[in-house]
Design a protein around this ligand. Structure first.
Ligand SMILES: [Zn+2]
Ligand SMILES: [Zn+2]
Length: 890
């Protein structure tokens, strides 16, 4: 029992202990991983963009990986848990403009302050592996990899539409175009679109593998895999040629060749070469093409389009069908041309209805379809399912599938697979990125910068309306590496997604200066075991990283076998404001991590966030939740401090101690499983329950010191991944050696039969409550629990197996001795469908004796547990295995 303690200072002071332990971890190199570690557990959070401050989303993201990394480390794993900076990008240029500084100084300042905030949160990283993408030591490898990709035929120049300000005479990034009117950010001139050649990585070469291997990424959320599948957008179909006016044969791509007899018009994308040709002689078409080029895509209706006056010949029917130019046909998907079948395609139907084009049905539901063919009216709506062909010449009666196969032959087409995935345009007309290592020579064309001249470092930042690299005259003009002629550097920089496509490889050998990463080590340490970050990266970053991993393996930069970068992926949910809305400045519902750290400490913030919900779920910030987390930590600390100060009288190892000992083991087992499964909130719930049990133990009796202390140690360890500072403090109070961060995780074996024991105790407590309530016993004095005799267990064993319980029991000679009682009990069991697992009568007695103190505390009554031998006849008749008879005396 607690006797004193009020004179001592209560609680811990987070402002003192948190910096103290952060320093201690640092000095002990707790988070360092040596280069010679073998296949460590690789735990990684998506690295932050260097905005200058952490928000709650970051805090949640990094708490998850930090807790898991600490958990694995305590389990004896070598753990790689690094951190770095996604530090290129336009915001740094904007900030530099606003603050009259340069992107580099601004970014480095942001990194300093963010690093400090991460440290204050108690996140444990191996800072010797820090990676900073705007550092020439990092981005030289972007350039080096670009060259290897180029040599492997994975780099192409392709035309792409860019934003052009006619007044500033410069290309603008999408982010530099403002508002719906699309104005230049500098001079408010409406921008124009210009087609210009850009650098592309041909990710489409890997479309099939990127798609197929998604099936094997079982550690990824299904929705992310589905988003990638849709993004890659594989379509199996066929191409067939239509003669278009005097323009010759035009290839179309369709997934529904079975509907070719129903084609009533032909459609070209505005960018299709034939559409462009027609536009030269046809003002109406020219106007439309111009309009589309300057319109916001979202403003155009599906029905937008114009008749060209030309006709195309349907190879199936010989019919002439009108040719339209329509924006809904995408230039870069399929062939940019299609035949339209309004009866069987929703978009075609809408377009045809608007333009008054005939609608002709050529497919109807099969006989076993759920829809009656007579209920289909294609004039009203398209029928888009497969079915049986009608109105299709000699092919009526074929199924859609058969027709698709036949028609490829008949109409001289070919089977074709198309993907929505486009090549990855990496040219950016900005300063703060990796210079693309190419030199444009008037004689040789584009020549790569020789490896020995890498990195091509960024020149000094200058304030200019356009791209600062373009204005860097001295930097820009060089001699051609091949012929020595006057040449110019490429002034575009790389998309920053290049930086983040392989940074996880660089962590394995961050200082290496003759390769981007060490092939052997990267192969051994990869893939990342646990990758945690936002769902907004479901497509671009996560797809590009997969692409890079496959390419570097194909380039033999890895030693083989690593084809995917991330084995398990978790997308953490959002932290909402207390009002349930997304945190935002305008709503004023944001919570600053800095303020929470100051007021309550990092441990409280971490605990609250991890208890609030499972990682994938969103949750709302709650002042009460924060308060509860804080009080809980103080409570654990005080319980320990009282004990250590000798304020808790100690006693014998009795039945209660046995009960508590078993709960300690069971809790450790449960929490371990929950940590493994990323259900941190459940693990923490288990820890809370154990603390509450220790409190009750200490109130109920003088606890056995070894049991009580083991309970405290276990709680401390279970909390250590999430609330690491307080855990160290308690660990030290308990006079342990070393750091809890490096201590062994508690052995996680639940006692044998623990589940059955727990159910017995809970059912019995529930039954006692029921009796007390139903009978209306105000002040129970004595509760007697009588355990069922062994023969009843044997009856249950027979009932488990037998179809006919009563005869089976009565045939048993031993049981016959119990006469009517055995028959009656057998009858009772006959109706039961299932039987729970049971303890022996001796185990039941022992279990109930260990748990008797819980009933004593709850009802303020003496509790007697009787073995079958001790029980009087009247009471034992009601006892069943797993369900003791209960007598309550007032
Ligand atoms: Zn401008
Ligand atoms: Zn040259």
């Amino acid at each position: 029992m607690t006797t004193t303690g009020d004179e001592r200072e209560r609680g811990f002071d987070h402002t003192a202990i948190e910096p103290h332990w952060q320093e201690a971890w640092d000095e002990a190199d707790v988070f360092r991983i040596e280069d010679d570690a073998t296949d460590p557990e690789y735990v990684l959070a998506m690295f932050p963009y260097t905005s200058g401050s952490l928000h709650m989303g970051h805090v949640r993201n990094y708490t998850i990986t930090d807790a898991f990394a600490r958990f694995e480390r305590m389990r004896g794993e070598s753990v790689l848990h690094p951190m770095g900076w996604d530090s290129f990008g336009l915001p740094a240029e904007n900030a530099a403009e606003e603050r009259d500084t340069n992107p580099r100084d601004w970014t480095l300042g942001c990194i300093d302050s963010m690093k400090e905030q991460l440290t204050e949160m108690g996140f444990g990283y191996d800072w010797e592996r820090e990676v900073t993408t705007c550092d020439p030591d990092y981005y030289r490898w972007n350039q080096w990899l670009f060259k290897r990709f180029d040599e492997a035929g994975l780099v192409e120049r392709q035309g792409a539409e860019l934003n052009w300000c006619p007044s500033c005479e410069t290309v603008l990034a999408d982010e530099q175009v403002e508002g719906e009117a699309e104005l230049c950010w500098r001079c408010d001139t409406p921008i124009e679109h210009r087609e210009m050649d850009q650098w592309f990585l041909t990710i489409t070469d890997y479309a099939e593998e990127l798609l197929e291997s998604l099936d094997d990424l079982e550690g990824w959320p299904n929705n992310v895999r589905e988003m990638q599948r849709n993004w890659i957008g594989k379509q199996e179909g066929a191409s067939v040629a239509f003669e278009v006016g005097d323009y010759g044969a035009v290839d179309i791509f369709t997934t529904r060749l079975d509907t070719i007899y129903g084609a009533t018009y032909f459609s070209l994308a505005p960018g299709h070469p034939v559409a462009q040709e027609i536009a030269e002689d046809n003002d109406e078409v020219a106007d439309y093409v111009h309009e589309v080029e300057h319109a916001d895509e979202d403003d155009l209706e599906v029905t937008s389009g114009v008749f060209t006056g030309e006709y195309a010949t349907n190879p199936a029917t010989g019919e002439e069908i009108p040719v339209y130019v329509a924006d809904y046909v995408l230039t870069d998907v399929g062939t940019g041309a299609l035949y339209a079948v309004p009866a069987h395609d929703d978009r075609d139907h809408e377009f045809a209805t608007h333009h008054d084009i005939p609608i002709e049905q050529v497919v109807e539901p099969t006989e076993d379809a759920e829809v009656d063919p007579d209920d289909i009216d294609v004039q009203e709506a398209a029928y888009t399912e497969d079915g049986v062909l009608v109105n299709s010449g000699e092919y009526g009666g074929l199924t859609s599938e058969q027709a698709r196969d036949r028609f490829v032959e008949v109409f001289d087409g070919e089977h074709r697979t198309e993907y929505n995935l486009r090549d990855w345009g990496i040219s950016r007309q900005r300063y703060w990125g990796t210079p693309i290592p190419m030199i444009d020579c008037p004689d040789c064309g584009y020549v790569p910068v020789p490896d020995e001249d890498l990195p091509v470092e960024l020149p000094e930042f200058v304030h200019t309306t356009g791209n600062p690299l373009d204005a860097a005259e001295e930097w820009k003009h060089v001699n051609c590496p091949d012929c020595g002629a006057d040449a110019v550097r490429e002034t575009d920089t790389m998309d920053t997604f290049v930086d983040s496509s392989w940074y996880f490889l660089r962590y394995t050998s961050p200082a290496l200066d003759d390769a981007p990463f060490d092939a052997e080590r990267a192969t051994d340490w990869m893939p990342v075991d646990q990758y945690v970050g936002g769902i907004e990266h479901a497509v671009m970053h996560l797809l590009y990283a997969r692409f890079f991993t496959k390419v570097v393996d194909d380039l033999d930069l890895l030693s083989g076998g690593v084809r995917e970068p991330f084995t398990n992926l978790t997308n953490q949910g959002m932290v909402l404001g207390a009002d349930g809305n997304k945190m935002s400045k305008s709503l004023g519902n944001g919570v600053s991590p800095q303020r929470i750290i100051e007021e309550y400490g990092a441990d409280t913030a971490r605990l609250f966030i991890m208890e609030a919900a499972q990682p994938e779920k969103e949750f709302a910030w709650s002042a009460e939740g924060v308060q509860s987390a804080h009080s809980f930590l103080q409570n654990v600390y005080e319980l320990t401090a009282d004990y250590v100060a000798g304020d808790v009288e100690t006693g014998e190892r009795d039945d209660i101690a046995e009960y508590v000992a078993r709960e300690i083991d069971a809790t450790a087992a449960r929490a371990t499983e929950e940590y493994e499964e990323f259900r941190f909130n459940h693990a923490l719930q288990a820890a809370r329950e154990l603390v509450s049990l220790l409190r009750r133990y200490e109130e109920a009796t003088d606890p056995a010191p070894e049991t009580f202390e083991r309970g405290l140690v276990t709680v401390t360890k279970l909390l250590a991944p999430v609330a690491p500072h307080v855990a160290e403090e308690i660990w030290q109070e308990l006079d342990n050696d070393g750091l809890v961060a490096e201590a062994d995780w508690p052995a996680g074996e639940a006692p044998e039969d623990y589940g059955i024991e727990r159910r017995l105790v809970e059912d019995t407590r529930e039954d006692v409550r029921d009796i007390v309530d139903t009978v209306g016993i105000e002040d129970p004095q004595r509760i007697t629990l009588a355990v069922a005799p062994d023969w009843k267990h044997r009856v249950v064993d027979i009932a488990r197996e037998a179809d006919n319980v009563v005869p089976a029991v009565m045939q048993n000679e031993d049981l016959q001795r119990h006469g009517e009682a055995a028959a009656d009990f057998a009858k009772e069991l006959a109706g039961r469908a299932t039987f729970a697992d049971l303890l022996t009568p001796e185990q039941e007695v022992a279990t109930l004796r260990r748990a008797a103190w819980l009933l004593e505390r709850e009802f303020g009554a003496e509790v007697v547990v009787q073995s079958p031998e001790e029980t009087d006849e009247g009471l034992i008749g009601n006892a069943e295995p797993g369900r003791p008879a209960i007598d309550i005396a007032e």
